[in-house]
Design a protein around this ligand. Structure first.
Ligand code: 13P
Ligand code: SF4
Length: 303
């Protein structure tokens, strides 16, 4: 921490000068999460809170699709993404042309897109969702069948929670797909009184082995509310680091899968971004209007 102090100080000063706000995802490292972020949360909270700020500049300490979502909801504001390399394997797994082909293959079936998609894909779909509201969004459509993309495992999890038939795409999160049910079994053998909580981007055998499944924000709330003596957070490494300080009564068993994209965001990158007001997220107006509609529909169902 003392090592980070000059950067944290400089960022917080510049934030005031620029009338900027920093929105940080729960996977950001502790010095960003605790040191410079004004708002932290899962992708649903970051989208919802992005509609409520009166700052002139939004810095999205997260990955590119999160910054695009913030820009869609704030077309007149400057939205900065402090790393040009903060992609996402799910967002990269599907294109707008793929969505058009899916529609041709399943005429009349509505398309739900996880927010982990590009603006081009959002522009082609009927509604977006996050892992925090996917079941409610699917059921809000009042139909028997939906196309759900791009996360196959989230789609399979949603299918266990609803009677609506789910047609899934085969995208995967490169971080969560590496966890296995066997690994969870091994942790349970090694640590007694272990509560396992998992993100729904994990494969089905991992979710079956978990005591609780939810978005990153719901996982954090679960620990805060239930105060389990010992917990395994089956998700990106930084989550446990960020929550541990606020949960001294809980011991965190830490399997570590890093999101290489999230980790390209650094304090020095945030400072440079605030100094130069680059890299900015820009989305052409016509594309943005169509993509925005899908995000706003989602927020109208469950922010
Ligand atoms: P949450 O919406 O649950 O924060 O998840 C976002 C994400 O990218 C998880 O890998
Ligand atoms: Fe994408 Fe997975 Fe990284 Fe989340 S953890 S940003 S889904 S690659």
């Amino acid at each position: 921490w003392p090592f980070h102090a000059p950067l944290v100080h400089a960022i917080n000063e510049l934030k005031r000068e620029r009338n900027a706000v920093i929105l940080a995802h729960n996977y950001q490292t502790p010095e960003i999460f605790h040191g410079v972020a004004d708002i932290v949360g899962d992708s649903l909270a970051l989208a919802a809170k992005a509609t409520q700020t009166d700052a002139d500049v939004i810095v999205l300490a997260g990955v590119h699709f999160m910054a695009e979502t913030a820009k869609l909801l704030n077309p007149a504001k400057t939205v900065l993404i402090p790393s040009r390399n903060a992609g996402c394997s799910l967002a990269d797994s599907i294109t707008a042309a793929d969505v058009r082909l899916l529609r041709e293959a399943h005429p009349g079936v509505p398309v739900v897109a996880y927010v982990n998609t590009s603006a081009e894909v959002k522009a082609e779909v009927d509604i977006c969702c996050t892992s925090g509201n996917a079941v409610e969004v699917v059921e809000s459509l009042g139909v028997d069948r939906v196309i759900f993309l791009p996360d196959e495992y989230l789609a399979k999890y949603v299918a266990t929670q609803t009677k609506v038939e789910i047609i899934a795409w085969k995208g995967h999160c490169e971080v969560h797909e590496r966890f296995t049910g066997a690994e969870i079994g091994e942790f349970r053998r090694r640590f007694d009184r272990l509560t396992v909580i998992a993100h729904p981007e994990c494969p089905p055998d991992v979710l079956e082995a978990a005591d609780f499944v939810g978005s990153t924000a719901r996982m954090i709330d679960f620990v805060g509310n239930e105060k389990p003596p010992r917990v395994l957070m089956v998700t990106e490494c930084s989550m446990s680091d960020n929550v541990a300080a606020a949960s001294p009564e809980t011991e965190f068993v830490r399997p570590c899968n890093l999101c290489p994209h999230m980790k390209t965001v650094t304090l020095s990158g945030i400072l440079e971004s605030l100094q130069t007001l680059e890299p900015r997220v820009e989305i052409p107006d016509e594309l943005a209007a169509r993509a925005r509609r899908s995000v706003e529909r989602m927020l109208a169902v469950k922010p």
